[in-house]
Ligand binder design. Structure first.
Ligand code: COA
Ligand code: ZN
Length: 301
């Protein structure tokens, strides 16, 4: 892991779009990924192989993944899978990398994937083992790692034990997700310190939502703690449909700008991100953009 650069996974086509009521056609989703890649993004979570009844926006997962892989064979394209059925669909569609999603509380697992914590943990384990056995790269989300909309503050001991289980199953990267954007920087520092000795920093990624405006501050706390892998979403679009109160993700442009002014490479350029934001705005028919995008647009005028 290069200490002078950040690896950013843009999750806008999945986390960003799963919550949108306006249907975005598969071709436009692929186009969004092309624009992200043109901006220099090298890792994208392109879709999820979840139940189309539960998340209708993701019903076209196979088509989107195939379109992305045909156009961008060198892109690191990850997909979310909630169970073995999702993994099988992802493999059939040619996925090379999958992410499982395990919430750190009982209620969040029930709301999100209709499983209790013990079942969800076992299902995530079997999905990771099967994916690794098939030669796929794997990520494991620990959702509501800081606070749960139903159960309040999350017990760091629970997060620690779930991290251990996911790593033992073969997860190559663990993504600590602040699903509802409730954490403050001191909590990020504390959780990463609590996980020392369990979760290696080079296999840790952070996934922040910007509900309270702490997204960039939280990213900085994680950077200072030695994390170099982050999820973010262009334009800040995003949110979990099953987690009340979740606003959009930390915007990719805000993270890129933070990195740039802190001497960290991302390989991503702001003009390209502006193009992707404007494309997403046209698709969703509403203004988007992280806090930095207004400033950046004004510069260009
Ligand atoms: N993809 C497509 N269909 C799936 C599926 C998958 N990964 N997993 C299960 N199904 C289908 C089953 O085949 C079954 O179909 P049928 O009704 O035609 O027989 C139906 O869904 C119900 O299956 P079941 O195993 O009972 O699932 P469930 O209704 O308990 O739902 C999940 C469980 C995990 C599939 C569902 O809650 C889900 O997709 N959650 C994802 C939520 C999400 O995307 N959250 C945001 C990301 S963090
Ligand atoms: Zn999220």
């Amino acid at each position: 892991m290069d200490p002078d650069s950040l690896v950013i996974t843009d999750v806008s086509p999945r986390d960003g779009l799963q919550n949108q009521s306006a249907h975005v056609p598969a071709g436009a989703k692929v186009d969004l990924v092309l624009r992200l890649a043109a901006a220099g993004v090298r890792s994208v979570e392109v879709t999820s192989f979840v139940s189309p009844k539960t998340v209708p926006q993701m019903a076209d997962a196979a088509q989107v993944l195939a379109g992305v892989q045909a156009a961008l064979p060198a892109l690191r394209a990850s997909v979310l899978v909630p169970n073995l059925r999702g993994l099988a669909r992802a493999q059939e569609a040619g996925a090379c990398e999958v992410a499982v999603v395990l919430s750190a509380t009982e209620t969040m697992n029930l709301r999100n994937i209709n499983m209790n914590l013990a079942t969800a943990t076992a299902v995530c384990e079997e999905t990771i083992v099967a994916a690794r056995g098939a030669g796929l790269a794997t990520r494991a989300y620990i959702a509501v790692a800081f606070e749960c909309p139903f159960e309040g503050l999350t017990d760091p001991i629970a997060v620690r034990s779930l991290c251990e289980r996911m790593l033992q199953a073969g997860a190559q990267e663990v993504v600590l997700a602040d699903t509802i954007g409730a954490a403050a920087p001191c909590q990020v520092t504390r959780l990463l310190s609590d996980l020392r000795g369990v979760l290696p920093l080079d296999r840790t990624a952070m996934h922040f939502h910007d509900t309270r405006g702490f997204g960039v501050a939280n990213a900085w706390a994680a950077i200072e703690a030695g994390v170099r892998r982050f999820d973010a979403s262009v334009g800040g679009v995003g949110g979990c449909p099953f987690a009340p109160g979740a606003a959009g993700n930390l915007a990719t442009e805000d993270l890129v700008l933070l990195a740039r002014q802190s001497g960290l490479e991302t390989g991503i350029d702001m003009d390209g991100l502006r193009d992707a934001v404007e494309f997403a705005e046209a698709q969703l028919q509403r203004p988007l953009g992280g806090r930095s995008m207004g400033w950046y647009r004004a510069l260009a005028q």
